[in-house]
Design a protein around this ligand. Structure first.
Ligand code: HEM
Length: 310
C-alpha cells in the first residue's frame, strides 16, 4: 500500500506556530518538523544493500531517485522493525537528499505554539541528546523533536557511492527459501554474534551436551576447533540465504559426512534447541520472537537438507 504524496506544508506558514508530523518508534513518540517531510508512504519491500550500516534496511526507487530507508528504531538503539503493511516510511529531505524513515506509525499532524518547544536538559553523551535536542509538551505528553541532520549524520548513511541512480534496481521478492524480512533478521542478528563467536560456540556445545549427553562421544576432535568450524559453516549458510542454490551441494555434503559421524535425524532437533538457546544468550533482548522464528525457519531448512542427504 503506497499512500499518495500529500502536501503537508500549509500555504500560509504562521511563525507563531510550528507544524510537526508525530511518529511512533517502538513505544516512544517523537515529532519531525513538517517542512522536512516530503511524503508518507506505506511500507513496501526494499532492495537490501550489501555491507551497508545495519540501520539502513535498503533502498527504494522513488520516481527515479534512489532513497535509502533507515530503520529509526535502530538509530535509537532499539531492536529492528520487522516491517509489514502496518509500518510507514516517512520520506524526509535532509542535507539536500531524500531519506526514508521507517517508523512504526505516523500518528498525527500537530500545530503547536513556537514557544512550546524547550531545550532537552543537557546530559553527558547519549544519542538522545544529539538527535533529540528539543522537546514539546503537547496535550500532557512530552514529545521529542528529532533533529534529522543529526539522526542521519553518519557519513555512511549518506554514502551512496556505487549506487548508480540510473541503473535498474534489482527487484527482490519473497519467492526464495525464506521471506526477505526473515533473512534480514537472521543476517543482522548473526552479525552481532560474529564478534563473540568463540564464546557462543563454547556455550552452544555446553548446552548441547547438557540437553543430550549421549552425543558427546560422537565428537572426537578438539572442541575449540570444532566450534570455529561450526561458526564458519553457519556464516556461510547465513550469508547465502538469498542464493541457496550456491550452497546446496555443500550442505548436502555436510549432511552425508554427519551421517558418517553417527548423527541421527533426531539429533537435529536437540542441536536446533541448543543453537536458539545460544543465540538468545548472546543477543539478549535483540533476540526478539521474530528473530527466533526466523532462525528456527532457517535452521529447519538446513537441517532438513542435511538429514535428507545423511
Ligand atoms: C545445521 C546443522 C549443523 C551444522 C551447520 C554443523 C556443522 C558442522 C561442521 C562444519 C563440522 C566440521 C566437520 C564437517 O564439516 O563435516 C561438524 C562436525 C560434526 N558435527 Fe555438526 N553440524 C550441524 C549439525 C550437527 C548435529 C545435529 C550433530 C549431532 C550431534 C552434529 C555433530 C557433529 C559431529 C559429531 C561432528 C564431527 C566432530 C568430530 O569429528 O570430532 N552436527 N558439524
Amino acid at each position: 500500500m503506497v499512500q499518495a504524496a500529500v502536501d503537508l506544508i500549509p500555504d500560509s506558514a504562521d511563525d507563531a506556530y510550528r507544524e510537526f508530523v508525530a511518529i511512533s518508534v517502538g513505544e516512544r513518540h517523537y515529532v519531525i518538523d513538517i517542512h522536512s517531510v516530503r511524503e508518507i508512504r506505506g511500507w513496501t519491500a526494499v532492495t537490501p544493500v550489501p555491507d551497508s550500516p545495519p540501520a539502513i534496511v535498503g533502498i527504494i526507487n522513488l520516481r527515479g531517485e534512489i532513497v535509502q530507508i533507515v530503520d529509526v528504531r535502530l538509530c535509537f538503539g532499539d531492536p529492528p522493525i520487522t516491517p509489514d503493511g502496518s509500518n510507514v516510511v516517512v520520506i524526509v529531505a535532509v542535507g539536500g537528499q531524500l531519506i526514508g524513515l521507517l517508523v512504526d506509525a505516523v500518528s498525527d499532524i500537530l500545530s503547536v505554539p513556537s514557544d512550546a518547544a524547550q531545550e532537552m536538559p543537557a546530559f553527558d553523551g547519549g544519542a538522545g541528546q544529539r538527535t533529540v535536542p528539543e522537546v514539546i509538551n503537547h496535550e500532557d505528553r512530552l514529545l521529542g523533536i528529532i533533529d534529522l541532520e543529526k539522526l542521519v549524520d553518519a557519513e555512511s548513511l549518506f554514502n551512496t557511492a556505487g549506487l548508480a541512480t540510473d541503473a535498474p534496481v534489482p527487484v527482490e521478492d519473497d519467492s526464495g527459501i525464506l521471506p526477505l524480512a526473515q533473512i534480514a533478521l537472521v543476517q543482522d542478528s548473526f552479525a552481532n554474534v560474529v564478534p563473540i563467536a568463540d564464546q557462543a560456540a563454547a556455550l552452544f556445545y555446553e548446552k548441547l551436551f547438557e540437553l543430550d549427553p549421549s552425543v558427546r562421544p560422537l565428537f572426537k576432535g578438539d572442541m575449540v576447533e570444532q566450534g570455529k568450524k561450526l561458526m564458519a559453516a553457519l556464516g556461510v549458510v547465513v550469508s547465502n540465504l538469498k542464493q541457496p542454490e550456491k550452497i546446496i551441494d555443500t550442505i548436502q555434503e555436510m549432511g552425508r559426512r554427519h551421517g558418517e559421524y553417527g548423527v541421527k535425524d533426531e539429533h537435529y532437533d536437540t542441536v536446533g534447541e541448543a543453537l536458539l538457546w545460544t543465540l538468545e544468550q548472546g543477543l539478549g533482548s535483540a533476540f526478539t520472537p521474530e528473530t527466533r522464528a526466523a532462525w528456527g525457519a532457517a535452521y529447519g531448512i538446513v537441517a532438513d537438507t542435511m538429514k535428507s542427504a545423511g
